[in-house]
Design a protein around this ligand. Structure first.
Ligand SMILES: C[S@@+](CC[C@H](N)C(=O)[O-])C[C@H]1O[C@@H](n2cnc3c(N)ncnc32)[C@H](O)[C@@H]1O
Length: 230
């Protein structure tokens, strides 16, 4: 799968995409990730990407022309609604990103993520260019770069061959709708008097499966009761 990230801070992604599963998958050619500097699509000598909002108010907005030009040159010929190539705007007021949406995006050929900055983005981008407007949670961050890295990571690890067997995505939180992952333990069997559950040490796989199912339900009820009723 190919990811594109459109940002005014391309260097921001040096760290987050250079470690662990994503880095390994990039090196193995399972993921193709392109970071695009929005300023490359500006037309003036100052490479201006922002301007003051009409009607007044604080801060600046990202202008629509460089964003339209960038998207149209990165994904030539794409129409809004293309089933294989989606353009997503990261936005605090967007639809909440979740595992179901990550699974949807994992089936795409190309995903282009637009990172907002300042007070946000000229609304015509949301109205006429993108397919989805996505939020990673009900709080406001300074830019769309961290959210873009989060969306990319969640979608990337669902790609065929990105996770090894040792870190499969099958038994994780949300792999079964409305359920968190079960509690897990590793050595030592006893730490400061706290013992790992006996059943996990036994090797009876039917019992372990049953215990894990029940423990996952209990954990979900304790930490995320909203999921059980969803
Ligand atoms: C300071 S925010 C703009 C906030 C905007 N004025 C508002 O009140 O909704 C700048 C950029 O950060 C990104 N951003 C901030 N919070 C986000 C969130 N919860 N999810 C996704 N993107 C977010 C968006 O790309 C946004 O355009």
């Amino acid at each position: 799968m190919t990811f594109h990230i459109l940002t005014i801070f391309p260097d921001f992604f040096r760290g987050p995409l250079d470690y662990g599963i994503v880095e390994r998958a990039r090196r193995a050619g399972k993921l193709d990730i392109h970071i695009h500097d929005l300023r490359n699509w500006t037309q003036d000598r100052h490479r201006t990407v922002d301007d003051r909002p009409f009607g007044g108010g604080e801060g600046m907005l990202l202008k629509c022309e460089p964003i339209f030009d960038a998207v149209e040159s990165i994904l030539p010929g794409r129409q809004k609604g293309d089933p294989d190539r989606k353009v997503v705007l990261l936005s605090a007021s967007g639809r909440r990103f979740d595992q179901a949406l990550a699974r949807d995006y994992a089936g795409l050929q190309e995903l282009l993520l637009i990172c907002g900055r300042y007070e946000g983005v000229d609304e015509r981008v949301a109205q006429h260019l993108i397919d989805d407007e996505i939020s990673i949670g009900d709080y406001v961050l300074s830019g769309g770069e961290l959210p873009a890295a989060i969306v990319l990571d969640a979608v990337a690890r669902l790609q065929e061959g990105v996770l090894g067997n040792s870190d499969s995505s099958v038994n994780e939180s949300f792999s079964e709708p409305g359920l968190l992952d079960c509690p897990q333990y590793t050595r030592p069997e006893e730490f400061r008097g706290w013992k790992a559950p006996e059943v996990l040490l036994g090797g009876n796989h039917a019992h372990i499966r049953e215990w894990r199912k029940q423990a996952a339900r209990e954990k979900t009820a304790r930490l995320r009761p909203d999921l059980l009723n969803s």
